[in-house]
Design a protein around this ligand. Structure first.
Ligand code: ADP
Ligand code: ADP
Length: 224
């Protein structure tokens, strides 16, 4: 079962009196344990693909399947539940809570889901160790380097063990060496957990390290 499937996804925006077609029948399947790079010029529709895949917006045509379940016919409450439990998000800017430690930031999604403090702390510590941050658990975001902040953000994104990770240029403001180091950590996590990842990047060297590379051409997804 693919972790994520886009089936003929269409997305059109209003533009003056006409429409701007960004996705015109986009198809994609990403399987557990796979990391797929999405590389395309600015304005091509990368964020739109992530919004569709993350069930943040509904497509104008076609459908999105998460773990074998078509989302199109589901109501907003079910879509939100899938988004919270089965999908993790990381962004170019980490959005960590500044007044909380790394450990507490990673515990947060689990506490929100209703897990006990002790269990949440155990898993958060395990994930931070996985990210090679065991010496940083009590640091606040401002006390961490950019690469460390992004690794905490990845740990937080997978804290509830989602089946799919959507990453929107998480290394976009990091230098190349740090970007590769962050990717090393993510890759180890994906291989160990069977997580599937869709990773938007402009860094071709990083994209070359991923399992597959896709781009957008005339509103459709093509491999390259
Ligand atoms: P990318 O992430 O590749 O830069 P986006 O998916 O953000 O591209 O946007 C693709 C195109 O769609 C852009 O031209 C953008 O201006 C337009 N667009 C995105 N969202 C909206 C929206 N909500 N309303 C109108 N136009 C939008
Ligand atoms: P557990 O829930 O007992 O930690 P998992 O099957 O979830 O077991 O994970 C197996 C191992 O893979 C964990 O011990 C953990 O170190 C590592 N792991 C890292 N990230 C994840 C993740 N997002 N999901 C599952 N496992 C992960």
């Amino acid at each position: 079962t693919p972790a994520l499937r886009l089936v003929g996804v269409e997305r059109h925006y209003k533009e003056g009196s006409g429409k701007l077609s960004i996705l015109t029948g986009a198809d994609l399947a990403i399987y557990p344990g796979e990391i797929v790079a999405l590389v395309a010029p600015s304005g091509a529709g990368k964020s739109t693909v992530l919004h569709m895949a993350g069930l943040l917006e509904r497509p104008d045509g076609g459908d999105v399947e998460i773990g074998g379940r078509l989302a199109g016919s589901l109501g907003d409450a079910d879509r939100t539940a899938i988004r919270r439990l089965e999908i993790g998000f990381v962004y170019q800017f980490h959005h960590l809570l500044p007044e909380f430690t790394a450990l507490e930031n990673v515990m947060m999604p689990q506490l929100i889901r209703g897990l006990g403090r002790k269990e949440a702390a155990r898993r958060a510590a395990e994930l931070l160790a996985y990210m090679k941050l065991e010496a940083r658990v009590t640091h606040r975001p401002s006390e961490l380097s950019g690469g460390e902040q992004q690794r905490v953000a990845i740990a937080r994104a997978v804290a509830n063990a989602p089946r799919l990770l959507l990453a929107d240029e998480p290394t976009g403001n990091l230098d190349p060496k740090t970007s590769h180091y962050v990717f090393d950590a993510l890759e180890a996590l994906v291989r160990a957990s069977g997580l599937a990842a869709l990773f938007v990047t402009h860094n071709m060297e990083l994209a070359e390290r991923m399992d597959r590379r896709i781009t957008l051409e005339a509103g459709k997804i093509v491999e390259f």
